[in-house]
Ligand binder design. Structure first.
Ligand code: NAD
Ligand code: ZN
Length: 366
């Protein structure tokens, strides 16, 4: 079928909106007519080839839409179902079967390889193949095919124009806090970076009852916004030493938990130094492959801290996304405050506004 898609052609170059042909869904896939897609920082870094997904490619990995066709073997979705799309995972490796599909042994190939597992690409441009299956979905397209396994059915009255980011940025921040760090009521956390991922982590911390929630960034307007949404303290690390500020706020002890969403080596280092004894820090911010960060193994040996590298909040999407929707419905997870919508035709403006910090979580509508 003919579809419209935004094609990434070269680093630092605007996406090109084109008509492409989408092939038929395979037996284990569904065709999804896209209603909306979030724009994540990871789309921009793959366009810029920090990760080598072959270009030209249809990126986009926070899609939400309606099932339009189902493959012969799909039994748990039907035409008309509303779905939120999540990253791909094989479903049969040790990590998938033990409930950690974000560490699927095929994660890289299935999400960044630019094709189905069998090597086929689902889009073509007048005979020229275009990379597909980005995060198992390539959601910057008016319709796409996804394996039923990575489509999460939501209720018939769910607000699809809002829910796409639950499939990546919002799931990553909130899942890192709720699934990995798991603060108890009354505990403390510092979040470095107040973009979509960091603020989703903060909202997760608020929902879990943490009572000292310190947000660190270098953009004053973002820090102000974090305060409105529930931060108990904000630190502008351009103006003050973040580690000293966090120690001062916590009476010298440091924080129980920390989340680095920046991927900046110096910030990662600050995170390791801001933790309390036996604290737990998570890195989710992406850096170029080969990036190393300073880590004082001499001083920190006796701290008992844990550092985790986390993908997509270590979530099982079919379990976690409905939980986030239910928290949102009850007013306990107001992630909609991060979202600004754009017409699909304005997708490059959405990228620019995300880059400049003007918009926290852009969502394009088809
Ligand atoms: P974003 O650009 O909206 O937010 C990043 C924030 O970090 C901004 O507010 C920026 O001002 C702040 N920042 C930058 N440099 C800083 C510094 N030196 N000190 C303090 N703050 C600084 O991005 P986002 O959408 O929130 O995504 C955050 C990161 O998470 C990206 O690198 C993205 O690729 C990555 N990501 C990872 C996963 C995963 O599974 N691990 C999933 C989604 C996104
Ligand atoms: Zn993402």
């Amino acid at each position: 079928m003919k579809i419209n898609a935004a094609v990434a052609t070269a680093p630092q170059t605007d996406l090109d909106i084109r008509e492409l042909t989408l092939d038929a869904p395979r037996a284990d896939e569904v065709t999804v007519r896209m209603v909306a897609s979030g724009v994540c920082h990871t789309d921009a870094i793959v366009r810029d080839q920090w990760y080598p997904t072959p270009l030209p490619a249809v990126l986009g990995h926070e899609g939400s839409g309606i099932v339009e066709a189902v493959g012969a073997d799909v039994t748990d979705l039907k035409v008309g179902d509303k779905v939120v799309l999540a990253p791909a995972s094989c479903g049969v490796c040790e990590n998938c079967i033990s409930g950690h599909p974000q560490y699927c042994t095929d994660f890289y190939a299935l999400n960044f390889g630019g094709s189905r597992a069998d090597g086929s690409k689902m889009f073509d441009d007048n005979g020229a193949p275009i990379s597909s299956n980005f995060f198992g979905q390539s959601s910057f397209a008016s319709a796409t095919n996804v394996r039923a396994r990575n489509a999460v059915k939501v209720s018939d009255d769910a607000p699809l124009e809002l829910l796409g980011p639950l499939g990546c940025g919002i799931m990553t921040g909130s899942g890192s806090v709720l699934n990995v760090l798991k603060p108890s009521p009354g505990e403390s956390i510092a979040v470095f970076g107040t973009g979509a991922v960091g603020l989703a982590g903060m909202l997760g911390a608020v929902a879990s009852g943490a009572t000292t929630i310190i947000m660190v960034d270098i953009v004053p307007s973002r820090l102000e916004f974090a305060k409105e949404l529930g931060a108990t303290h904000v630190v502008n690390s351009k103006e003050v030493d973040a580690v000293e500020a966090i120690r001062e706020i916590t009476g010298g002890a440091g924080v129980n938990y920390a989340l680095d969403t920046t991927g900046v080596p110096a910030v990662f280092s600050q995170m390791t130094k801001s933790l309390a004894l036996r604290g737990h820090g998570v890195l989710v911010g992406a850096a170029k492959l080969g990036t190393e960060a300073p880590f004082d193994i001499g001083t920190l040996l006796t701290s008992g801290i844990t550092i985790s590298m986390v993908v997509e909040g270590d979530a099982v999407p079919r379990e976690f996304i409905p939980k986030l929707i239910s928290l949102h419905e009850r007013g306990l997870f107001p992630f909609d405050k991060l979202v600004k919508t754009y017409e699909f035709a304005d997708i490059n403006q959405a990228f620019a506004d995300s880059e400049s910090g003007a918009t926290i979580k852009p969502v394009v509508l088809y």
